[in-house]
Design a protein around this ligand. Structure first.
Ligand code: BEZ
Ligand code: FE
Length: 342
C-alpha cells in the first residue's frame, strides 16, 4: 500500500492559526457557543462571519432548548443524508425540504420584497429547468391530449404602468395527470414548459392546459417526514412564471386557480390571494384573435415588476427595520446586513 502523506503546507498554516486563537479546552454547554464563534471569526468576510455566528447560535440553542438526545441528532443526520442521496439532476430533495419547512417562501419574501402595487413572488419549486424551448407568442406549450385547453393572456408592466418589452418569461406546468415532464423516466424532451418574450406592448400569451392539483414528490425522505407530521403532500392547481429583464428584480411566481380543494392548504405554503385567479372563458373576439375555441378555458393576469433599485431600497429598509426590532446595531455591506462593530 502506498504511504499516505499529509501536505506540509497545511500543518504550517494550521499552526499559525492556532497561535492566533485563545486556548479551547474543557468547553461546556455554557461556553461552547462563544468558542465556536471565536474560531469562526477569523474569516475576513463579514457576511459569512455573521451568517455562521447566527447559524451556530441557533443550532446550539436548539440542542440546549430541547435537550437534544444523541439518538435524535443521529436520526437528523441520517435524514439529511437520505435527502442528499436521493438528489439527482432532476430530483432536488433539499429544495423540497426547504419548501415544506416554509423556508423557501420566507427567503423569497425577504430577498425579493414587493411594494403593494407589484406582483408578489412565490416558491420556485424543484421543477424549473433550463431546457425549455424559446417559443413564439401564441405557441402551445403542452402536448398532453388529455389536458383541457387553456388560453393564457397576460401583460407585463412596471409599477408606473409602462409596458415592459423583451422580458424573458419562463412558464411551466404539469400535464393533466399532475406530473412535470422531468418526472417521466422516458420522455422525448421538454413538455409543459416554454420560454417566451414579451412584445412591445408588454403582452405575452400562449396556449396551455388547465392546471390540476398534484402531490409534491412524496416517495422520498421529505414524503416520510410529511407522513410523520400527518401532513398531506398536495399543491393546489397552479402555473409557474419566472421573469427576467435587465434593470428589474427577477420575479418567480405562480398563478393559482380559485376554489381549488387545496387553495388554503398548499403543502409548500405558496398561495397568496393576489395570485389566485378565476378560470374564465374565451369570448368570441379572443377566440378569433388567438385562434382558439370560443368558450374554452382562459387565464388572464397583469404582472407588475419592480426595478432592481426599488427592490434594493425596500430590501435595505426592511433589513434595517428588522435589525432595529432585534435591538442590534447593524450596517449594510454589499446590500446585506452585518453587525456594526465600530
Ligand atoms: C411546484 O410547484 O412545482 C413545487 C413546488 C414546491 C415543491 C414541489 C413542487
Ligand atoms: Fe408546480
Amino acid at each position: 500500500m502506498a504511504a499516505n502523506k499529509h501536505d506540509d503546507s497545511v500543518i504550517e498554516a494550521s499552526k499559525a492559526i492556532v497561535a492566533s486563537l485563545p486556548p479551547m479546552k474543557d468547553l461546556t454547554t455554557d461556553n461552547i457557543t462563544e468558542n465556536v464563534h471565536a474560531i469562526n471569526s477569523q474569516t475576513p468576510d463579514p457576511r459569512l462571519k455573521y451568517l455562521l455566528d447566527r447559524l451556530v447560535v441557533h443550532l446550539h440553542e436548539l440542542a440546549r432548548e430541547t435537550r437534544l438526545s444523541t439518538d435524535e441528532w443521529m436520526a437528523g443526520i441520517m435524514f439529511l443524508t437520505s435527502v442528499g442521496q436521493i438528489c439527482t439532476d432532476v430530483r432536488q430533495e433539499f429544495i423540497l425540504l426547504s419548501d415544506v419547512l416554509g423556508l423557501s417562501l420566507l427567503v423569497d419574501s425577504i430577498d425579493h420584497p414587493k411594494p403593494p402595487n407589484s406582483t408578489e413572488g412565490t416558491v420556485l419549486g424543484p421543477f424549473h429547468t433550463h431546457e425549455a424551448p424559446h417559443s413564439t407568442l401564441g405557441s402551445d406549450i403542452s402536448s398532453d391530449p388529455d389536458g383541457e385547453p387553456c388560453l393564457v393572456v397576460c401583460t407585463l408592466k412596471d409599477v408606473s404602468g409602462k409596458p415592459i418589452e423583451g422580458a424573458k418569461i419562463d412558464v411551466w406546468e404539469t400535464d393533466s395527470k399532475g406530473f412535470y415532464d422531468v418526472q417521466y423516466q422516458e420522455r422525448d424532451g421538454p413538455d409543459g414548459r416554454a420560454v417566451l418574450t414579451s412584445d412591445k406592448n408588454g403582452d405575452f400569451f400562449f396556449k396551455a392546459i388547465v392546471p390540476v392539483p398534484y402531490p409534491i414528490p412524496h416517495d422520498g425522505p421529505v414524503g416520510k417526514l410529511l407522513k410523520l407530521l400527518k401532513r398531506h403532500p398536495y399543491r393546489p392547481s397552479h402555473m409557474h412564471f419566472m421573469f427576467a429583464k435587465d434593470g428589474f428584480d427577477p420575479l418567480i411566481t405562480a398563478l393559482y386557480l380559485r376554489n381549488d380543494p387545496f387553495e388554503s392548504s398548499d403543502a409548500v405554503f405558496g398561495v397568496k390571494d393576489s395570485l389566485v385567479v378565476d378560470l374564465g372563458k374565451v369570448n368570441a373576439e379572443q377566440a378569433k384573435k388567438y385562434g382558439v375555441k370560443e368558450g374554452s378555458a382562459l387565464i388572464e393576469y397583469d404582472f407588475v415588476l419592480v426595478t432592481d433599485q426599488e427592490a434594493q431600497e425596500l430590501r435595505e429598509k426592511k433589513a434595517m427595520e428588522a435589525m432595529k426590532a432585534q435591538g442590534r446595531k447593524m450596517k449594510m455591506w454589499k446590500g446585506l446586513p452585518i453587525p456594526d462593530l465600530d
